[in-house]
Design a binder for this molecule. Structure first.
Ligand code: FES
Length: 146
């Protein structure tokens, strides 16, 4: 009896802990906010050359254009090439496999702007380059508000 009470107590505590963690990761119950992750040093990134880095379990293509920094999903939605290996011109990257072009500012597929890959926030802190996923509004929460 005491053993089962202890087990139930542990499970309850774990549920409370997980709920608190979930609450901390939401803002006003609508936006998921991820943490910035250090992906390298400023000197590691060449101007106008993409570099693929891991962020929160996925690969992200980071682009430096002087003092401006951009990051989009590294995975081309066509057949999975690394967009970081594409040719960068102005604010476009051309996929190295079949030449689909994406805006490095917001991930828009330039041949069909209704389609886009995810984009990420980049910030510089001293010598460090940090990236995080841009907060998203939870579509289910939006539907419930109507
Ligand atoms: S894999 Fe990118 S255009 Fe085909």
């Amino acid at each position: 009896m005491a053993f089962w009470a202890l087990v139930v107590g542990e499970i309850t505590l774990e549920c409370v802990r997980q709920t608190a963690l979930d609450a901390r990761q939401t803002y006003k119950g609508r936006m998921t906010v991820s943490e910035f992750e250090v992906v390298g040093k400023v000197a590691d990134f060449e101007d106008n050359v993409g570099q693929a880095v891991p962020v929160d379990g996925r690969m992200v293509a980071v682009f430096r254009k002087g003092d401006q920094w951009y990051a989009i999903d590294d995975l081309c939605p066509h057949m999975g090439a690394s967009l970081a290996e594409g040719h960068v011109e102005d604010h476009s990257v051309t996929c190295p496999w079949h030449a689909w072009r994406f805006c490095i500012k917001d991930g828009t597929w330039e041949d069909n702007p209704r389609v886009k890959v995810d984009s990420f926030e980049v910030k510089i802190d001293g010598d460090d380059v940090l990236v995080r996923e841009i907060p998203k509004v939870d579509a289910k929460e939006d539907e419930n508000e109507d």
